[in-house]
Design a binder for this molecule. Structure first.
Ligand code: FE
Ligand code: FE
Ligand code: FE
Length: 207
């Protein structure tokens, strides 16, 4: 964005900016998915993420196609939203001990990514249609369909298998803790984390 002038003056500019935003986001997702695939324990989750990695590569190509169709050079514009979502995913993945609970956390993190993509593609498709670019909308709709399908698959995976498995596993683990510790015996639950993360500087300023 320019410092002295506003670069987005028309719906067409807004559409191009939206394309650049999601192009950047998809490329960041491409960089992050291999780490998630690596850390997933459930074979189903690993496979699902792998499939989506392949789809994401194709999505980037489709975006490049839309840029071309619109007479624009494919380029990204930094997206702090996807950076934040991916950073949070990374944080939580580093904090979960149990492998099954980690899978549950990763599914939720992956769904946050899908939901961001769904909002962006939704807006881009509406704008493309408004601009009389039904051809661009049709290509973008293919990406949107894949994001929605991935989101649904993740929901089923979480509800039917991954969340119940994580709950069962850690309930057993909590039972083991109960035998050895009097304070955990009262609730039958693991003790809450003793240390909370320090608030970030911005949060501190608000107080
Ligand atoms: Fe995508
Ligand atoms: Fe963005
Ligand atoms: Fe996606």
């Amino acid at each position: 964005m320019g410092l002295f002038s506003k670069d987005i003056r028309s719906m067409d500019d807004l559409f191009v900016h939206g394309l650049q935003d999601i192009y950047y986001a998809e490329n960041q997702i491409l960089n992050s998915l291999p780490n998630m695939i690596d850390k997933a324990a459930s074979r189903e989750l690993k496979k699902g993420l792998q499939t989506h990695l392949g789809e994401t590569r194709k999505q980037v190509q489709r975006l490049e196609q839309v840029f071309r169709m619109h007479g624009q050079e494919a380029q990204g514009a930094s997206c702090p939203a996807i950076d934040g979502i991916l950073e949070e995913a990374d944080d939580i993945m580093g904090e979960v001990e149990d492998q099954n609970v980690l899978d549950a956390a990763m599914i939720a993190a992956a769904q946050a990514v899908e939901h961001y993509e769904i909002t962006r593609y939704g807006a881009l498709i509406a704008w493309a249609r408004e601009l009389g670019r039904g051809d661009c909308a049709a290509v973008l709709r293919q990406n949107l369909a894949e994001e929605k399908a991935t989101d649904k698959k993740l929901t089923v995976m979480a509800k039917k298998r991954v969340n119940p498995a994580a709950e069962r596993r850690t309930r057993t683990a909590a039972g083991r803790v109960r035998k050895g510790s009097s304070s955990a015996a009262h609730t039958g639950r693991p003790k809450p984390r003793r240390t909370a993360k320090k608030p970030r500087p911005r949060d501190r300023r608000k107080k």
